[in-house]
Design a protein around this ligand. Structure first.
Ligand SMILES: [Mg+2]
Length: 369
């Protein structure tokens, strides 16, 4: 089943929602604290989209407030004037071209708002045809998705090591922590000491190191770090290439890539060893095309998250069943993040997430608003 064969739908009903949630274990990243989220949701017919834009614009320049305004003031009126009022059906695959034709700057400035609208439209098309997103690509032989755990880090190093040990007991095969120039050696040592050797340790630096730190970052491998995510500033191509050339630690990018084309180019250009897909930025159709490419070219990849509610978390679980998603994805159990998720919670078993636990077809999880 190819997306292009999905029947287009008339976007007859369009609504925006906002939901506030607090993380059960706040995460201090180099660019700021993730403790609360005011999530923007798009409802289109029976479909749902979640906007990954955080409250603070430090991640990529796009905040939840800015994305909300772009959706309400630019993208919704465009759809309404072109399709809703004239009852013309449309397809998610045509959305970016439509926006690009009328608002080319907005397409570039609000990638997460665009992706949320595209997600809702694709979900509406899939649900209208009673098709599951996982039928649109080749899934892993086991049919499940490899899940990873991201640790909250606002307590002591002992607390961090304890939460790593708990995540291992829960079956996670990959543990991710946040690091920064003055917060790296100790937390990596503490967490590694709590992990069996075969558990992959990932550290996300959110671009906080400079070229002067190259040897330091490469040496973190000696402490048992397996992969570093976005060590240097976005667009610092040369330093990322230099780190990959040391062949010490695996390298992935996040803030440094805006599109799936950027991500593939970075891998082929030896700026990273593995690809992080951010469906919240790239959109789901583009992520499927990139995972097809990763599979064909033998590039390891995983699905990255944005502290998602179950609306996007279930979509990411579906995407992570793709056979090209070879590394554990940011799709840990809902309970790791929220006291109470707004959808049927994602629950991982032995480090795997199963879409069969959700009794509905489509792309997204349905919020119980
Ligand atoms: Mg990241």
């Amino acid at each position: 089943m190819d997306f292009s064969r999905l029947a287009p739908v008339v976007p007859a009903s369009l609504q925006l929602h906002r939901v506030s949630l607090h993380l059960t274990s706040p995460v201090q990243a180099a660019h700021g604290l993730h403790g609360e989220r005011n999530v923007v949701l798009v409802e289109l017919n029976e479909g749902w989209g979640e906007c990954g834009a955080p409250d603070n614009p430090a991640y990529s320049g796009e905040s939840a407030d800015a994305a909300y305004e772009a959706l309400s003031d630019i993208f919704f009126p465009l759809l309404t004037s072109q399709f809703t009022t004239r009852e013309i059906p449309m397809s998610a695959l045509d959305l970016r071209a439509l926006i690009g034709e009328h608002h080319p700057d907005a397409l570039v400035r609000f990638p997460m708002a665009v992706a949320a609208l595209e997600m809702a439209l694709l979900d509406a098309q899939l649900r209208a045809d009673n098709i599951d997103f996982t039928q649109c690509f080749t899934i892993r032989e086991t049919g499940d998705a490899l899940a990873g755990a991201t640790l909250g880090n606002t307590g002591s190093l002992d607390d961090l090591a304890l939460s790593a040990a708990v995540a291992v007991r829960e079956g996670y095969g990959r543990i991710k922590i946040k690091i920064a120039p003055n917060y790296d050696i100790e937390p990596i040592r503490a967490v590694r000491s709590a992990l069996p050797d075969h558990i992959m340790l990932v550290a996300d630096a959110n671009g906080s190191y400079s070229a002067d730190d190259l040897a330091h970052v490469a040496a973190l491998h000696e402490l048992g770090l397996d992969l570093v995510e976005q060590p240097f500033a976005a667009h610092d191509t040369a330093t990322h290439q230099a780190l990959v050339a040391t062949a010490t630690v695996r390298v992935a990018l996040d803030e440094g890539v805006r599109t799936t084309q950027d991500a593939l180019h970075a891998a082929l250009n030896h700026e990273c060893t593995d690809i992080t897909l951010k469906p919240a930025k790239f959109g789901y159709p583009a992520c499927v095309r990139l995972l097809n490419e990763c599979h064909d070219q033998g590039i390891d990849a995983w699905v990255g998250g944005m502290f998602d509610t179950g609306v996007a978390r279930w979509a990411n679980v579906r995407l992570a069943t793709h056979r090209g998603a070879t590394l554990a994805s940011d799709i840990g159990s809902s309970s790791r993040y929220w006291t109470s998720d707004i959808t049927t919670p994602v629950e991982t078993i032995e480090g795997k997430a199963h879409i069969s636990h959700l009794a509905e077809v489509g792309l997204s999880g349905t919020p119980l608003l």
